[in-house]
Design a protein around this ligand. Structure first.
Ligand SMILES: C[S@@+](CC[C@H](N)C(=O)[O-])C[C@H]1O[C@@H](n2cnc3c(N)ncnc32)[C@H](O)[C@@H]1O
Length: 220
């Protein structure tokens, strides 16, 4: 993400409680202990500026949202955003999502995984660095509860198509279900900062959802 686009964080904002550092956790670590209340857990991979975490946490107060972001300054920026909104059901972890899924998350623990506009790693020899690799996708399937959902959006057609293929080959997640573009009336109506940027440039966004096998808990 562009360096110049990040506003300075107000030093008076207390990030404690909102910002955590994965490297400081011992394995095993109970991620649910980061929240005030037990609730269905949703994970966002690569939260960037934190628009999704902030708006989803406000819209669905009965769910807990945990973002993981590798870049320290974005993790801090997101934490400040969550602190300003006093989002008791949202937290940001500074760290590597692949490590979080491999070592920390338990099986059948997660209600939804959100991956929006992951770094594309354009050069073919760098594709192996893409986060949506077979190992990570198998971990997504492992941590998702029955009927849990994987949301994957990107502006890179080749990344979209390869990921759909990888999911079919490496997991038993069902999909892709297509997701319709939502009309926007406000600058914060976009799901993420990158969605806003892509749509304002009139470029396509490729959106899909996948569902883990099994029956979810009964709805009220
Ligand atoms: C292209 S940006 C998209 C940000 C946001 N999802 C959006 O749509 O606006 C990708 C973000 O993922 C983060 N990232 C890349 N690999 C990661 C990893 N393995 N674990 C956690 N964050 C990662 C990057 O630091 C960057 O902030």
């Amino acid at each position: 993400m562009g360096r110049r686009t990040l506003r300075r964080i107000d030093p008076r904002i207390d990030l404690r409680g909102y910002l955590h550092v994965l490297e400081q956790f011992a394995v095993p670590y109970d991620m649910t202990s980061l929240f005030d209340h037990l609730a269905p857990l949703e994970i966002e991979v690569g939260s960037g500026k934190g628009l999704f975490l902030d708006t989803a946490a406000a819209q669905f107060p009965g769910h807990n949202y945990l973002g993981i972001e590798m870049a320290r300054r974005y993790a801090r920026y997101t934490a400040a955003r969550l602190a300003r909104g006093q989002r008791s059901n949202a937290r940001i972890l500074e760290g590597d999502a692949e490590q979080l899924f491999e070592q920390f998350l338990e099986s059948d623990q997660v209600h939804a995984v959100h991956v929006y506009f992951p770094d594309p790693w354009w050069k073919k020899r760098h594709h192996k660095r893409r986060v949506m690799n077979d190992r990570f996708l198998r971990n997504v399937q492992r941590v998702l509860a029955p009927a849990g959902r994987l949301h994957f959006w990107t502006d890179v057609q080749d990344y979209y198509e390869r990921t759909v293929e990888r999911i079919a080959a490496a997991t038993s997640l069902q999909g892709p279900e297509q997701v319709r573009e939502r009309p926007v009336t406000h600058d914060l109506d976009y799901r993420t900062h990158f969605e806003r940027r892509t749509r304002l440039q009139k470029l396509p966004v490729y959106r899909a959802e996948f569902v883990a096998p099994g029956m979810g808990p009964p709805r009220d």
